[in-house]
Design a protein. Structure first.
Length: 155
């Protein structure tokens, strides 16, 4: 058996990092709250709680909140600078947002480290398999924890 060359290991690790991402803390909380707002799978009370967290108000709630999406694709125009649009896919449900809400989600994806792409006058932020977990007990401690999101590159 041949030994693995250290450079090959580094290349494998760098390549796998390009295929998946994660974010914690403030960016994860913002991403979860913005996606939850449109999700048919998140209960209304949990949507409200996440919105309040995003506004700096914390409340006691013992259960963790999960926010998932099959895919998110946001685009912003760099020629047509009025273009701001996001498509969110939750199973068979597809929701499109435009304007300020789309720009807010686009900017949050960029803040969360989702790789940007561009083509013919449009910049894109896109991911698939978003899976966020918010732990209200930990968020309430205001110590930087309690929010985690993982995602894969757009398909």
């Amino acid at each position: 058996m041949k030994p693995i060359v250290p450079g090959v290991v580094a290349l494998i690790l760098a390549t796998s990092a390009a295929y998946a991402g994660s974010v914690d803390g403030s960016s994860a909380l913002a991403l979860a709250a913005l996606v939850a707002e449109h999700s048919p799978d998140v209960k209304a009370g949990n949507k409200l709680l996440l919105e309040k967290f995003l506004h700096g108000r914390v409340y006691s709630y013992a259960k963790k909140i999960n926010v998932t999406a099959n895919g998110i694709t946001c685009k912003a125009g760099n020629v047509d600078i009025t273009l701001h649009e996001c498509d969110l896919t939750f199973g068979a449900h597809k929701i499109t947002t435009r304007g300020r809400k789309a720009h807010e989600l686009y900017a949050t994806l960029a803040e969360a480290g989702v790789p940007s792409e561009g083509a013919a006058g449009t910049n894109f932020e896109a991911l698939s398999n978003l899976d966020c977990t918010i732990d209200p007990v930990e968020v309430k401690q205001k110590a930087g924890g309690g929010a985690h999101c993982a995602y894969a590159p757009a398909k």
